[in-house]
Each structure stands twice: as C-alpha cells, then as structure tokens.
Ligand binder design. Structure first.
Ligand code: MN3
Length: 242
C-alpha cells in the first residue's frame, strides 16, 4: 500500500467491502503517520471511552469482549485475507481456485472492521435524546422520514428484523443526496454500493446476549439512550460535503 494515496486505499477497500468503506477515515491507515506495513493497512483503535461508560444500557463485559475479541478478530483476518489474496493472485496456477473464498473472507472481515469503527463512535456516555433540532441531521431526518421519531422507527424496525446476525444502518446516499435506512446481514450482505453509514447498530447476538438474552428489541431501545447524535451529524456533514 505504500505510495498509494488515501483515495486509492479507500477505493481498494470500497471494491471489496462495498459501501461501508466510504467516509470511514479512521479505519484506514493515515498517510503521514507511521509507515503502514504493506500487508497490514488496518489496525484496531482503542475505544473512545471506558468499557463501563455505557452502563447500564450496554454492559462493560459485553463492550470488552465485543471490542477486544470480536472486533480485533475482524482486523486481524482482514489484514490476513488482503495479504493472502495478493499472494495467491500472483502465484496463479492451482492457487487461483482460492481467490473466491479469500475474497469472501476479506469482504466479511473488512466490512466488519469498518462497521464496528463507526459503531463505537456512534455511542457516548453523554448520548441519547434527539439530534439537535436545528442541525443538518435533524433537518434531513424530517425531510426524508417525516420526523425524527419516524426515522427512529424505521431504523429500529430494520435492526429488529435482521435475519440472524447483522446491522441496522442509517446511511447517506450521495446520488440522490438523501438518507436511507438499510440492513446488513453478517457485515456485507443485502446492502448497497456507495452509501455512507452514519448510524449503525450491531444486532449480532454477541452485541447484547449477555445482558438482554433473546430480547433484541430491549437492546435496541437501550441503544437509543447512548446514541452520540453529534457524531452522526458530523458524519452526515462530511459525507454531504457540507
Ligand atoms: Mn459485533
């Protein structure tokens, strides 16, 4: 990756992870910092708060396991898959039969890394409530969903109805320049190219089962109490070039 511009690196990520890569600066090694190893452009950033800071809504044990084990695994496996893909494509011959499977591994793990990177900053111990009524985000939620409450109903229903493991996602779609609610199955399926995730909610069981067991909707309701709307608004303004 050395010598690549940031845009090229984002483009590489976008080519395999789809829409999740766009606008996720902090998930990609930054030029000007330490030289990234060519085969390991991704790294796990620390949480921007303590494990227990989101209590009682999200428990500390879940946060620690989720970040330190699950997210760390996606980072490690994304770097490994990216390096392996490069190697087996160059090796050719019998190795080419593995390209499809390793591409899938890269798509899954890198998409997982990028979504978790957004997810952690979408939460704050001082979060909750509603987005600032005079902000860009609140204005676009009203325009595209009728009201902030209606937008939340869309988002929470999408998250609740994910089949199996996945995500509820509020995203900015830059072609029509509007907000839309999507789901992702696993990290990378049933989604759309080019959109920018603004607010994402992990509804894999590892995100809530210790505290909420099978009550996914109770977890979704609790999540609303820690949403960092300032982060969501900042992501929207960056995505929209405002
Ligand atoms: Mn997760």
């Amino acid at each position: 990756m050395e010598g690549f511009t940031r845009r090229e690196m984002l483009g590489t990520a976008a080519a395999v992870g789809g829409w999740m890569a766009v606008g996720v600066e902090s998930a990609v090694a930054q030029p000007g910092g330490e030289d990234p190893k060519p085969t390991e452009p991704y790294s796990l950033a620390p949480l921007p708060y303590d494990y227990a800071d989101l209590e009682p809504h999200i428990d500390a044990q879940t946060m620690k396991l989720h970040h330190d084990i699950h997210h760390a695994g996606y980072v490690k496996n994304a770097n490994a898959a990216l390096a392996e893909l490069t190697a087996i494509r160059v090796a050719g011959g019998d190795q080419l039969a593995r390209v499809r499977a390793v591409t899938e591994a890269l798509s899954f793990n890198l998409s997982g890394h990028l979504l978790h990177t957004v997810f952690w900053t979408n939460m704050s111990k001082s979060g909750g409530g509603d987005p600032a009524a005079d902000g860009m985000l609140a204005g676009m939620l009203r325009r595209d969903f009728g009201s902030v409450d209606s937008a939340w109903k869309n988002f929470s229903a999408a998250a609740a109805q994910v089949h199996g493991s996945g995500w509820g996602i509020l995203a900015y779609e830059p072609h029509a320049k509007h907000l839309m609610v999507l789901q992702a199955e696993k990290h990378q399926n049933v989604t759309v190219w080019g959109v920018v995730p603004l607010l994402v909610l992990d509804v894999w069981e590892h995100a809530y089962y210790l505290k909420y067991q099978n009550k996914r909707t109770a977890y979704i309701d609790a999540f609303r109490n820690v949403v960092n709307w300032e982060d969501v608004d900042r992501r929207l303004r960056a995505a929209a070039g405002a």
